[in-house]
Design a binder for this molecule. Structure first.
Ligand code: SAH
Length: 217
């Protein structure tokens, strides 16, 4: 299969909605086929989410592009990602900013992502196993935060890790359907913008979906 050609076609499709040229150029350079399972490889450049393992998914390319665009990255930022999963979104961010801290709660996924990101030569990424508190408070404050798993509301613990002036992009809603939201932290208040409907797997933890309430990993 000609992945290069399929990737170029996907970027042309994304271009109708996504206007940030840096985001498009980055997505044109990162090999999504290396972040999916061998069985899914032929579908790597369809604009759809795909199952990875452990009932998790690699996000739809359009959603990756939209979320990344909305972070308004210029190159000097330190970004936090919650939900490393396959590591694909992590790689996109690593191309665009100074450093990326990414957190995953499922150890096998964290390990696999760490391996592929290292193989691709990303040296500005640190992959961590999630702790008790959502995010990675040790590295705060972050210029931007992206959560690639859904929460019932924006978690206070994540807002607290955001620098003043920074934004967090996160799907907010029920377990089955959410709205992609962008919260910008201003002095004394938080501004919210709504970016459209979406469907993500659950963000598990205190301040999001508590593990006990559902049969989840
Ligand atoms: N950005 C990833 C999306 C993976 S799906 C990709 O495109 O591949 C979301 C991931 O969030 C899952 O791997 C899930 O295990 C993880 N997750 C859920 N709750 C979490 C938490 N509290 N901290 C870190 N990761 C979490």
């Amino acid at each position: 299969m000609d992945f290069k050609r399929a990737r170029a076609q996907l970027i042309e499709h994304l271009r109708t909605e996504i206007k940030d040229e840096r985001v498009l150029a980055t997505m044109a350079s990162v090999p999504r086929e290396l972040f999916v399972t061998p069985e899914q490889r032929h579908l790597a450049y369809e604009d759809r989410p795909l199952p990875i393992t452990y009932e998790q998914t690699i996000s739809q390319p359009f959603i990756v592009a939209l979320m990344t665009q909305e972070l308004e990255l210029h190159g000097k930022e330190k970004v936090l990602e919650i939900g490393t999963g396959s590591g694909y979104q992590t790689a996109i961010l690593a191309e665009l900013v100074q450093s990326v801290v990414t957190v995953e709660r499922l150890e096998p996924l964290a390990k696999a992502a760490k391996k592929i990101l290292a193989e691709l030569g990303y040296q500005n990424v640190s992959v961590h196993l999630a702790g008790e508190i959502l995010g990675w408070p040790e590295g705060a404050p972050y210029d931007a935060i992206i959560a690639t798993a859904a929460a019932p509301a924006v978690p206070a613990d994540l807002l607290a890790q955001l620098a003043i002036g920074g934004s967090i992009v996160i799907p907010v809603g029920s377990l089955h359907q959410q709205e992609l939201c962008k919260f910008t932290r201003r002095k004394g208040k938080t501004h919210v913008a709504y970016l459209g409907g979406c469907r993500f797997v659950a963000l598990i933890g205190k301040g999001a979906w508590e593990k006990e309430k559902r049969k989840l990993f």
